[in-house]
Design a binder for this molecule. Structure first.
Ligand code: SF4
Ligand code: SF4
Length: 341
């Protein structure tokens, strides 16, 4: 059976199991995410590592863990490289992208764009990168410097180089009260550079002083900015994803059914939330150094989540106030009570 057929069968088996309300899954996760490194060359306002960075040693993924991945890569549709560190700083980047390509996974690289020069773009093209996701929060140097500590021109230049990779391009932007005024221009500029999708995110609030900048508290201005951004997106036929500004909706986080995330230190999580924070605010399966990946995929916390999802038990504590389940300002502020620890 070829890889594509195996992947389709795996997905079908997964959907059937979810439909039957099962918590123990024999199908494998359709997505894998790898955090190649805990190092980063920026200190973004929106990032947990900026505020709690002292909890992270600047370490790298151990290459000895890579041979555990192929049985899962064979059945996964996608392999994403990203986390709370800049993957382009990892010496393993190209090797891991090639590995994903070997197993016919759609490869995605999430990057801050600071290292995307012409030569690097050529390297990414050579390993067949399928999708590049670039984090850009502003068009003006001043604002980008304030939000991410780097001139905007550097990152937009990186996006110019990325066009030569020949892969799909996406921009992720974190909306604050301070950058709403540039959102429409950002979408326009991204559209002109061939970006297919702009995903706008609301910020997780990691420090009390940032709470007042959440767009939840500037709803009229945010609605206006979103409407202007929609107009620009329509001109470029660009897929613009905007977050709802009304609070209260309950979301159906499906990550523990769909993804396993390997952290740089060998710990495996059931979701991409709070990778920087040990196991206190994240759904952690265990360590790949001591436990096979197949066992981690059905570890007790993941099964507990799935059982709760099917309405047959309580949610794991770490999920109760998570912004992937609850669309409220309080959920986006869930880290604040640990700020001083
Ligand atoms: S958001 Fe990304 S680029 Fe910014 S500090 Fe965090 S890991 Fe680095
Ligand atoms: S609700 Fe939050 S913590 Fe729980 S699995 Fe989803 S993303 Fe992770």
């Amino acid at each position: 059976m070829d890889l594509g057929t195996r992947k389709r069968h795996n997905l079908l088996e997964l959907h059937q199991a979810i439909g039957l309300g099962e918590s123990y899954l024999t199908a494998k996760p359709p997505e894998l995410q790898l955090e190649l490194t805990a190092k980063c060359n920026l200190s973004c306002r929106s990032c947990g590592r900026t505020h709690w960075g002292e909890r992270r040693k600047p370490s790298e993924l151990d290459p000895l863990l890579l041979p555990f991945l192929p049985p899962f890569l064979r059945l996964a549709r996608g392999l994403t490289l990203g986390g709370y560190g800049e993957p382009t700083l990892s010496p393993l980047l190209l090797e891991v992208l090639s590995l994903g390509h070997t197993y016919a996974c759609t490869t995605t690289l999430i990057t801050n764009g600071t290292r995307l020069d012409r030569a690097f773009a050529a390297d990414l093209a050579a390993v067949g990168l399928d999708r590049l996701v670039l984090s850009i929060d502003a068009v003006s140097d001043q604002l980008m410097h304030f939000l991410r500590g780097v001139p905007a021109a550097t990152i937009w230049q990186g996006l110019e180089h990325a066009r030569h990779i020949g892969c799909g391009l996406e921009v992720q932007t974190v909306a604050w009260a301070e950058n709403l005024s540039e959102l429409a221009e950002l979408v326009d500029r991204a559209g002109k550079l061939g970006v297919e999708k702009v995903q706008v995110l609301l910020p997780k609030i990691y420090a009390q002083s940032l709470r007042a900048s959440s767009p939840f508290l500037h709803r009229d201005r945010a609605e206006e900015a979103f409407a202007a951004a929609r107009e620009r997106a329509a001109v470029h036929d660009l897929d613009l994803r905007l977050p709802p500004l009304e609070q209260g909706s309950e979301l159906r986080c499906r990550q523990p059914f769909e993804v396993l995330v390997l952290r740089h230190d060998g710990m495996v999580h059931a979701c991409c939330s709070a990778l920087f924070d040990g196991d206190r605010r994240a759904l952690v399966a265990g360590s790949l150094r001591t436990t096979p990946l197949a066992e981690l995929w059905n570890a007790e916390p993941l099964q507990r989540y799935r059982t709760a999802f099917h309405g047959r038990g309580p949610w794991p504590d770490v999920c109760l106030g998570c912004a992937f389940r609850l669309h409220t300002l309080e959920a986006y502020c869930r880290f604040l009570d640990q700020e001083d620890h």
